[in-house]
Design a protein around this ligand. Structure first.
Ligand code: GRF
Length: 199
């Protein structure tokens, strides 16, 4: 009998995570898929060389690399890195740059982002991190949440895949809202990614 052993499942999706900051979602996603056949994480890509996500990557034993904004926007360096690592799916987890056209073209419907509010509200340029939670509290919203969506050429405008809500209570500070939103992110983002990959 001929037995063929593969060191890696050929159906395994190779995911690149793009992150500009702390990377707690990146770490949560990698941990969620640990020991599962659905995905591997050959590389984490950032545009900030001092972002904490690099520390997390080291701890997780994942290679992490940094490209400048101009390398993203005006060269094929990031695309080449994705190809070299055999990447077939991209997750933006707290990534602050616009994804350039060469990458959008190479990965149609294969790039997802998480936004820490209920789009289409509180999205667009400048609406990231705590700015979003501050705007939500200042607007007197009674609820916020997360939006997971496909990425297109405009900030926060791709097709929405999933939303989950939390309350914004009268006395909530933006830090309180951020905490509630992060809880939703950790709970749902990996599961939604897994669902998309299984289709
Ligand atoms: C998250 O709230 C995410 O929704 C937003 O940026 C934040 C990133 O947090 N896009 P972290 O770097 O994953 O801790």
């Amino acid at each position: 009998m001929f037995v063929c052993r593969l060191s890696e499942n050929i159906f395994m999706n190779k995911i690149a995570i793009f992150a500009s900051g702390s990377g707690s979602n990146a770490e949560n996603i990698v941990n969620y898929f640990e020991g599962k056949d659905a995905a591997s994480f050959p590389v984490i890509i950032s545009n900030k060389k001092d972002a904490y996500v690099h520390e997390r990557a080291k701890r997780l034993g994942i290679k992490s690399v940094t490209f400048s904004k101009s390398e993203f926007d005006s060269t094929d360096m990031v695309l080449d890195c994705l190809k070299e690592n055999g990447i077939d799916f991209i997750v933006l987890a707290g990534f602050l740059l616009k994804v350039p056209e060469n990458i959008l073209k190479a990965y149609p419907n294969k790039i997802v982002n998480i936004h820490p509010a209920l789009l289409p509200k509180f999205g667009g340029k400048g609406m990231y991190g705590d700015n979003v939670h501050k705007a939500v509290v200042e607007a007197g919203e009674t609820e916020s949440g997360i939006t997971i969506h496909y990425v297109n050429e405009n900030y926060d405008e791709g097709t929405i895949i999933f939303q989950a809500k939390c309350t914004v209570d009268k006395d909530d500070t933006y830090e309180d809202v951020a905490k509630k939103v992060h809880t939703l992110e950790y709970m749902h983002f990996p599961v939604i990614i897994e669902n998309i990959l299984s289709k």
